[in-house]
Design a protein around this ligand. Structure first.
Ligand SMILES: NC(=O)c1ccc[n+]([C@@H]2O[C@H](COP(=O)([O-])OP(=O)(O)OC[C@H]3O[C@@H](n4cnc5c(N)ncnc54)[C@H](O)[C@@H]3O)[C@@H](O)[C@H]2O)c1
Length: 263
């Protein structure tokens, strides 16, 4: 029989109990699933979302479950709003231990030959700059406490250069570049910076279910299905926000049922 104190130490290492973690874009989809899972795991969760109605819905769901949360209407296209959201987090909870940079504004997917500048800017401002500004805003707090976890969002489309996704792929790969650079620069502060490339059944997944791409995905996915935001993707985010991930940084975790194991 293992000493209960030792068992508790191991359990604690694998959890997020007492942590304060921001999840951007947590009004729906993958972000909402992560907010629920982290909260059920004992974290206080900041729901940072630009749509007030879905932000409030997630906050109400967390409150119903007894999870401490703070809802902040925050457009990640705005440096000022991101700074204010992190300041509100620290004011409410006294600290920030982790951030999951999940939010991304989408435009219709276009190939390289025809992608308009305006769409490129939307993907870059919300994806790359939004992730950069959020990392910059939490860094001083994490550096001060010599502990932090940053989880960014990439895509298998970007990694594999999926046709027809020019601006999206460029922005998701730029996020991986930022992830690896910050991992190198902030490792000595015990701040781990990683990315997740998910394959999840969200409304984007639903929209594409009639497509050839979807059929190919299911055929090539060893698990034969898209991931559930809360049960398949969120546990990876929880792990990367836990103490157990203390020696993992600069990586991209493929939460895709093995579909892109060749990438
Ligand atoms: N679903 C997948 O299979 C899949 C695959 C690869 C990568 N991803 C990535 O995972 C993340 C989540 O994807 P999803 O499918 O849940 O998307 P989604 O569109 O369902 O959810 C995105 C959330 O972010 C919010 N948001 C959008 N722009 C925002 C902004 N400017 N400021 C604040 N909030 C904003 C939306 O309102 C929404 O709540 C994204 O980064 C996406 O690129 C998803």
């Amino acid at each position: 029989m293992v000493d209960p104190t030792v068992a508790a130490e191991v359990r604690d290492m694998h959890g997020v109990d007492g942590r304060v973690i921001i999840v951007t874009g947590s009004g729906q989809g993958v972000g909402r699933g992560i907010a629920h899972h982290l909260g059920k795991g004992g974290a206080s969760v900041v729901v940072a979302e630009w749509k007030p109605d879905t932000m409030q819905r997630t906050v109400d769901e967390l409150t119903e479950l007894g999870i401490p949360s703070l809802g902040v209407v925050c457009d990640i296209n705005s440096h000022e709003q991101i700074d204010a959201m992190v300041a509100a987090t620290v004011e409410r909870f006294g600290r920030v231990d982790g951030i999951v940079n999940n939010a991304q504004t989408f435009r219709p997917m276009r190939p390289v030959a025809t992608v308009p500048d305006s769409d490129f800017d939307v993907f870059y401002d919300s994806g790359v700059k939004g992730t950069l500004w959020a990392m910059q805003a939490v860094y001083p707090h994490m550096q001060k406490q010599q502990w932090g976890r940053i989880v960014n969002f990439a895509s298998s489309m970007g990694i594999t250069g999926g046709r027809g996704f020019a601006a999206y792929n460029a922005s998701k790969e730029a996020i991986r570049g930022l992830t690896r650079t910050a991992a190198r620069e902030w490792g000595a502060d015990n701040i781990c910076v990683n990315a997740i490339a998910p394959a999840a059944a969200t409304h984007h997944g639903e929209a594409g279910k009639q497509s050839e791409g979807y059929r190919q995905f299911i055929e090539n996915c060893p698990m034969g299905r898209q991931g559930d935001p809360e049960l398949d993707i969120a546990p990876i985010a929880l792990y990367l926000c836990s103490d157990a991930a203390r020696y993992v940084t600069g990586h991209t975790m493929m939460a895709d049922g093995g579909a892109f194991m060749w990438a």
